[in-house]
Design a protein around this ligand. Structure first.
Ligand code: PLP
Length: 355
């Protein structure tokens, strides 16, 4: 840190992403990516069409991409905003709506919300979860400040009922309620049907998980035309070309290939349910996941010991040092082979500690 950095930014605690080892030696189950490559249509379009056009700037309005997303969800293009990963969409939302009253979110949730709150000088208001890790909807009612909730939540994997979110929307009509649906394709009830009735609803989604494009960096927002206009005002004051042409094209083709998307999501759900049952059979405590990961606490050893033991055996999962989460690890649901390796290595570890 230099002595020139302004005070507010000196005290930032930046978001710490999961490990991304570049040598690919690990069975990588630590950052909730899809184990499947992007749709063959994405690969085809990128190799055929685009390379010769990289001398030109991308479309700052992302018109075709927004039309494609809108068509998929029965909306109009003016209800869609696209950004460089949903992280950027979240950042713009915190910039646009964070007031002096702060920004509220669940105490255990996506780790970026408190980071963005502090980055923009907002007061983070963390609302504690229930003992079973569920989100107490009533504590978000009548808050009178902007709210961000991931549904399904991370890293707990639990989904909230749409009725509960609707209560939050109704009782906070004067504030934006951001519902981060990064994992909604794997389970839970989307807030999409509420969009026409709640002008304060801002849904954020990503291509990084169910669309197999984490490396492309693409996310989007679904909301009223007025909210989308706000986000565009912020974006166009920051970086009008935040999505590159390659990613834009990938996003169009990935959204159009509904069959491939459905196949990948269904396969992940099958592996999730099987792995959950297997782990429970070994004595793990595993929450009911509506996402592409499992939040699981091992028997006979600490969460940290399990994480370290798996890493030594070549399997990478995510462990959070936070005292409230430390008994658990978050395991991304991979493909069948990866889940078999996870199970085998887990059994070895259990034998080692109980021997
Ligand atoms: C993965 C994730 C994101 C970030 O997605 P990107 O589009 O890759 O930036 C946002 N919110 C939640 C809850 C996530 O789990």
């Amino acid at each position: 840190m230099s002595r020139f950095l302004i005070d507010r930014l000196q005290s930032l605690e930046p978001y710490v992403p999961g490990e991304q080892p570049q040598d690919m030696r690990y069975v990588k189950l630590n950052t909730n990516e899809s184990p499947f490559p992007p749709s063959p249509r994405v690969v085809d379009a990128l190799t055929r069409q685009i390379i010769s056009r990289l001398n030109l700037y991308p479309d700052p309005l992302a018109q075709t991409l927004r039309e494609t997303i809108a068509a998929e969800y029965g909306l109009a293009p003016q209800n869609v905003f696209t950004g460089n990963g949903s992280d950027e969409v979240l950042a713009f939302a915190f910039m646009a709506y964070g007031s002096e009253r702060g920004f509220a979110f669940p105490e255990i949730g996506y780790g970026f919300y408190p980071v963005y709150a502090r980055l923009y000088g907002l007061k983070p208001a963390a609302v504690p979860l229930n003992k079973d890790f569920s989100i107490p909807a009533e504590k978000f009612c009548n808050l009178g400040k902007p709210i961000a909730i991931a549904n399904p939540n991370a890293p707990t994997s639990l989904a909230m009922k749409r009725n509960d979110i609707e209560r939050i929307l109704r009782t906070n009509a004067g504030s934006v309620v951001l519902i981060d649906e990064a994992y909604i394709d794997y389970g839970g009830e989307s807030c999409l049907p509420l969009l026409s009735r709640y002008p304060n609803l801002l849904i954020v989604r990503t291509y990084s998980k169910s669309r197999s494009l984490a490396g492309g960096r693409l996310g989007y927002a679904l909301a009223s035309a007025e909210i989308i206009d706000d986000l565009n005002r912020v974006k166009n004051s920051f970086n009008p070309y935040s999505i590159n042409s390659l990613t834009m094209l990938a996003g169009i083709e990935a959204m159009r290939d509904r069959a491939y998307f459905t196949e990948c999501v269904n396969s992940t759900i099958v592996q999730r349910e099987k792995t959950k049952a297997d782990l429970r059979g070994l004595g793990f405590s595993v929450l009911d996941s509506a996402s592409n990961f499992l939040f699981a606490a091992p028997p006979y050893m600490s969460g940290e010991a399990y994480y370290k033991g798996l890493k030594q055996k070549g399997v990478l999962v995510r462990w959070f040092g936070d005292p409230k989460l430390k008994d658990y690890v978050r395991i991304t649901v991979g493909n069948e082979t990866q889940m078999r390796v996870l199970l085998d290595k887990t059994k070895e570890l259990l034998e080692e500690v109980t021997a």
